[in-house]
Design a protein around this ligand. Structure first.
Ligand code: KG4
Ligand code: ZN
Length: 338
């Protein structure tokens, strides 16, 4: 019976899992950052501190268990915002100590990699995973349990970050990904031909900063930048066309590189994970591309795309099962790698 805690960015989350099955998964999203158009680290740490106990109690209640039934505690140890991570890691260690049960630190990215195994039967090993979130864009080959090979990653912005920044330019709110996804459904994806950055021949890395700048110049040259700051608004059709064209460019690159990585590694099981894996165009494109190549695609249930403690609990459960508990001296690591 695992209690899991996730506080790496702006979601405070606690979950209870019994033998790898999710009994509860409570997520409290910090709204304070929306007025700044991005996550403010110090505000995130403080908000975690305020919310964590109530979120944990809610997870226990929703699972219908008492604290003393917990047999292990998992918490995210990195990567993420150092202060935010510290709050969750220390809280988790404290509970493990007080109950006298094992504690395990979990890599946030490992959580995303296994988010397809929550609630549904996940893929067998080996499988390829495209992690796409606000902080990360990476192609990872999961050879077997705990054995990862990073095949490519972003050299600048993460895909979700690009969605958020373009949404800000368009005067939409934060987080921008879901808003662009929705608005794009009214637009023409071929209205503007934004650049696709494939980098050098054969590279499985990503780059989204050029695309972001192209959107910026497109809007600026037409006097359409930051409409809300000018007290103006762009007409909805134009905004929808820009949103759809931008999204098309991102999805073109993500899907092409993922299929290429699967082909190159001889893997026919593909998964997508992270906040951007909720994107409707990415899902449908990946689905059709995978089917065309005779590959299978898994994507997480909606509640497991965004940052959540259930995915941390799942990996924590796997690690404890395989005698990989952490010592209480474990610290946070903002740049922890797989
Ligand atoms: O995984 P996540 O909750 O947090 C990080 O680890 O970063 O991902 C959040 C990111 C944000 O950038 C958000 O805009 C993006 O995921 N996102 C989306 C969609 N839903 C969330 N991006 C595109 N389309 C969506 N439907
Ligand atoms: Zn994440």
């Amino acid at each position: 019976m695992i209690l899991a805690i996730e506080t790496s960015c702006d979601e405070t989350s606690a979950a209870i899992l019994s033998n790898g099955a999710v009994l509860s998964n409570v997520i409290s999203s910090q709204m304070i950052h929306s007025q700044y158009g991005g996550v403010v680290p110090e505000l995130a740490s403080r908000a975690h501190l305020r919310a964590l106990e109530a979120v944990t109690n809610a997870a226990l209640r929703a699972a219908g268990i008492e604290k003393n039934e917990i047999t292990g505690v998992a918490a995210t140890s990195g990567p993420g915002l150092a202060g935010a991570l510290l709050v969750g890691l220390m809280f988790g260690k404290g509970i493990a100590c007080s109950l006298g049960v094992p504690f395990v630190g979990v890599n946030h990215l490992e959580g995303h990699l296994y988010s397809n195994s929550l609630g549904d039967a996940g893929p067998e090993h080996p499988f390829l995973c495209l992690i796409v979130s606000g902080g990360h864009t990476a192609l990872v080959l999961v050879r077997q349990l705990f054995e990862y090979q990073v095949l490519g990653q972003t050299r600048d912005d993460a895909a979700g970050e690009a969605f958020d920044k373009v949404a800000k330019m368009l005067g939409l709110g934060y987080p921008g990904g879901p808003l662009i996804d929705k608005l794009a459904q009214e637009g023409n994806p071929e209205a503007v031909r934004f650049p696709r950055s494939f980098l050098e021949e054969g590279s499985l890395d990503f780059s989204f900063s050029g695309l972001k700048t192209a959107v910026l110049y497109h809007l600026r040259d037409r006097g359409l930048m930051y409409p809300e700051e000018e007290g103006a608004s762009i007409d909805r059709g134009t905004m929808a066309d820009v949103a759809a064209s931008f999204q098309e460019a991102v999805v073109d690159v993500l899907s092409a590189k993922t299929i290429e990585a699967a082909t190159r590694t001889g893997t026919d099981r593909i998964t997508i994970a992270g906040g951007v894996s909720a994107n409707s165009l990415l899902r449908s494109r990946m689905q059709s591309e995978a089917a065309r190549k005779g590959m299978t695609l898994h994507y997480p249930r909606a509640e497991y795309c965004m940052d959540n403690a259930a995915m941390i609990g799942y990996v924590g459960w796997l690690r404890l099962k395989h005698d990989r508990a952490s010592g209480l001296e474990l610290g946070v690591e903002a740049n922890l790698v797989l």
